[in-house]
Design a protein around this ligand. Structure first.
Ligand code: NAD
Length: 507
């Protein structure tokens, strides 16, 4: 179903007279409208951004840092306005929006300040074979990065690519989700206030078609965040031009509770990790595996806490509506299937899934191969399973096609268990905490995608390594030349034996 056809449910974006009309997922009322960027205009935006990228790159690290920090300050000064827009367009409570903006500006600050050190030229050892060479490494910007974003964290998620790509010296063309185009436009407009000279960061607006046009528009890399199904389409389209891709997709994050865990903290984290933002969090908790020794007391604490969580439209509700109305069908299918296959609803149930606000649902005894355990639900639901030991917990945690985030609650074995989980990030005795550590890379494995935003890896993701080997003086022996002599070859063979010939198994 295309966006144009999805007109039946309030909160679904529509196209009217060449405009994308954005509406509130809570009330269905129009939030605003924005002209759709057609494929020719997308290509033209990329061309203009390419010209601007040369100017932006030439500013150097310190020029870009000054401007990015000015943008950071502007976002902070206007954060009430941004949080209000996020509440109206995405539906999330204003306090959650504020928290999202806070973590985002923290990343923007980090990327702006660290780019020179991480990416700038540095000497590397040249080694014995090239003692006459001065070797240096630096990371050059790619040019123009196309960023395609989702709606669930409409500021934090795309900015994980945008801030790092800009700090690395690239221009960015951004296609925000059709569910949150005005938030995307707000970011673009505020950047233009601090960088008015050239179109270094520009927006293109529309549905999947606009994203598809951006993918094939000649950008130097696509940074995509969204569903696994769309990620596969983008990768296939980008393959035609060998355009590299960064793919940040969904997850099915597990939370493990060991026998020695702080159960109050684990229950609190599971409820927040699973229900906050209405469960519409790529690194949200969806599955909980609990050591049998503490299963009953943990479940009692979890259900007591989850029963107190209620969604609403008010800016101070605990969480808001399902931002994308069609997701309600997925949540309902998972809950219905789990109950039909012997699962029990200990909080909420099938009746909780009536839009636009989905009540919390906690399910137990759900078969491991069911959709509610294997597929991304993206709603305020949790499955809770009893395990005989933490080996079984790890095995079941690793039993889906996803591998984005995870959490472990354990006093003695937290880090050991964290290492064994197949995920890009794992929090120990907390949940989602890695997202707010700017120095930590963020990304997944398997169906959760590949490549990294955030941290040093996130800066390098938007660059190409540039290696320079400068000869400081000529060697008395010609090695890389047709004038190389037999005695030089003998010397090289002897050197090789001395340096690398020891340690072979005896014959
Ligand atoms: P989606 O895949 O439906 O859409 C994402 C973006 O892709 C939108 O801007 C959309 O317009 C665009 N798009 C759609 N079809 C396209 C095509 N053929 N070519 C190019 N672009 C196209 O995802 P969504 O529903 O907006 O987002 C929710 C998903 O995002 C969830 O699966 C969630 O887990 C995931 N997510 C992942 C992360 C992460 O960092 N790994 C962060 C946030 C959200």
């Amino acid at each position: 179903m295309t966006v144009a056809e999805q007109t039946s449910r309030p909160g679904t974006p529509t196209f009217v007279d060449g405009h994308l009309v954005s509406s509130s997922p809570a009330t269905g009322g129009e939030v605003g409208r924005i002209p759709v960027t057609d494929p020719d205009a997308v290509r033209s935006a990329v061309e203009k951004a390419r010209a601007a990228s040369a100017w932006w790159a030439a500013l150097g690290y310190s020029g870009r840092r000054t401007r990015l920090l000015a943008w950071r300050a502007l976002i902070v000064q206007r954060m009430d306005e941004l949080a209000d827009l996020m509440h109206r367009e995405n539906g999330k409570p204003s306090d959650d929006a504020m928290l999202e903006v806070l973590i985002t500006v923290h990343h923007l600050d980090w990327a702006a300040k660290k780019a020179a050190k991480v990416l700038g030229p540095r000497r590397v050892p040249s080694g014995l074979l090239a003692a006459n060479i001065a070797a240096s490494l630096e990371y050059a910007p790619l040019g123009v990065i196309g960023v395609i974003g989702p709606w669930n964290y409409p500021v934090f998620t795309p900015m994980g690519s945008i801030a790092y790509a800009l700090a690395a010296g690239n221009a960015v063309v951004f296609k925000p989700s059709e569910y949150t185009p005005l938030i995307g436009q707000w970011l673009v407009d505020t950047f233009a206030e601090v960088v008015p000279e050239h179109p270094v960061f520009v927006g293109v607006y529309g549905g999947g078609e606009t994203g598809a046009a951006l993918t094939t528009s000649g950008v130097d890399k696509i940074a995509f965040t969204g569903s696994t199904a769309t990620g596969k389409k983008i990768m296939a389209a980008a393959a035609q031009t060998l355009t590299p891709v960064l793919i940040e997709c969904g997850g099915k994050d597990p939370l493990l509770v060991d026998a020695d865990a702080d159960l109050d903290a684990a229950a609190d984290a599971a409820v927040w990790g699973g229900m906050s933002n209405g469960g519409q969090t790529c690194i949200g908790t969806e599955r909980v595996y609990v050591h049998e020794a503490v299963y009953e007391p943990f479940l009692a604490k979890l259900t007591a806490a989850a029963k107190n969580v209620t969604p609403g439209e008010a800016p101070d509700a605990l969480y808001g509506p399902a931002t994308m109305p069609s997701q309600l069908d997925v949540i309902r299918r998972h809950v219905d299937d789990a109950l039909a296959r012997g699962g029990k609803a200990v909080v909420g149930g099938a009746e909780s899934v009536s839009g636009p606000f989905v009540g919390p649902v906690v399910l137990t005894d759900v078969p491991e191969d069911s959709a509610a355990v294997q597929e991304e639900t993206f709603g305020p639901t949790l499955t809770v399973s009893k395990v005989r030991d933490m080996d079984e917990a790890v095995e079941r945690a690793n039993g889906t096609s996803y591998g984005l985030g995870a959490a472990v609650f354990s006093k003695r074995r937290g880090v050991e268990l964290a290492r064994r989980i197949r995920s890009g990030m794992t929090a120990v005795n907390s949940v989602i905490s890695f997202a707010s550590v700017a120095a930590l890379p963020f990304g997944g494995v398997g169906d959760s995608g590949f490549g990294r935003i955030h941290g040093e890896d996130g800066l390098r993701e938007f660059t190409r390594p540039k290696a320079i080997a400068r000869q400081r003086f000529a060697l008395p022996l010609a090695i890389y030349s047709f004038t190389r002599t037999d005695s030089t070859n003998s010397l090289l063979a002897r050197t090789m034996k001395t340096l690398y010939g020891k340690g072979a198994p005896k014959r």
